[in-house]
Design a protein around this ligand. Structure first.
Ligand code: PRP
Length: 182
């Protein structure tokens, strides 16, 4: 089921490129956190579910996994950066070593909001691990672990969607402009 409707323009990152980079990121995290008892990974639904699953399975540090689901406040989000929590964490994160796991930073609104919110819950450390970052974003806080920088195009696959489709492609592809500009 790669592209039955002919919606994809070109492959941006192959399955091998993604898997190699995810292993490198997991190695880096494992080394940097080798002396902590436990890591707390927070995947941001829905986009991060595949990245988180692959990353976590390459980690050599004892860890727990939790999820949050967020949604932008419709059209206003671009100007105000407002984000709504649809599903919160199951546990408090106070004194935990937390890593936010995101598939993509686009405008930067979601991650900026999350970092502010979670910092207020007083974790021992708070890091961000992001697979893709679009070049134009306006992120306030630094990214601790970044997979790839990509141009400002619509990408799908490996968790990323168009109208909730294409999330399970093993590679990342550019969507044809006529598909989302209809
Ligand atoms: C995507 C992505 C990030 C956010 C990034 O989520 O997973 O959470 O957008 O965009 P930003 O940097 O402009 O805030 P989306 O709202 O599309 O939901 P999804 O993960 O359920 O597809």
């Amino acid at each position: 089921m790669a592209d039955p409707r002919g919606d994809l323009e070109r492959t941006i990152l192959t399955e091998d490129e993604i898997q190699n980079r995810v292993r490198e990121m997991a190695d880096q995290i494992s080394t940097e956190f080798s002396d902590v008892d436990e890591l707390y990974l927070i995947g941001i639904l829905k986009g991060a579910f595949i990245f988180l699953a692959d990353l976590a399975r390459c980690l050599r540090v004892f860890h727990k996994v939790d999820f949050m689901a967020l949604s932008s406040y419709g059209m206003t989000a671009e100007s105000t950066g407002e984000v709504r929590i649809i599903m919160d964490l199951r546990e408090p994160i106070e004194d935990k070593h937390v890593i936010i796991v995101e598939d993509i930073v686009d405008s930067g609104n979601t991650l900026n909001y999350l970092q502010r919110l979670l910092k207020g819950r007083r974790p021992a450390t708070l890091k961000s691990c992001v697979l893709l970052r679009k070049e134009h974003n306006s992120l306030d806080a630094p990214l601790d672990y970044l997979g790839f920088e990509i141009p400002n195009i619509w990408v799908v696959g490996y968790g990323l969607d168009f109208a909730d489709t294409y999330r399970t492609l093993p590679f990342i592809a550019e969507l044809k402009k006529e598909i989302y500009q209809k």
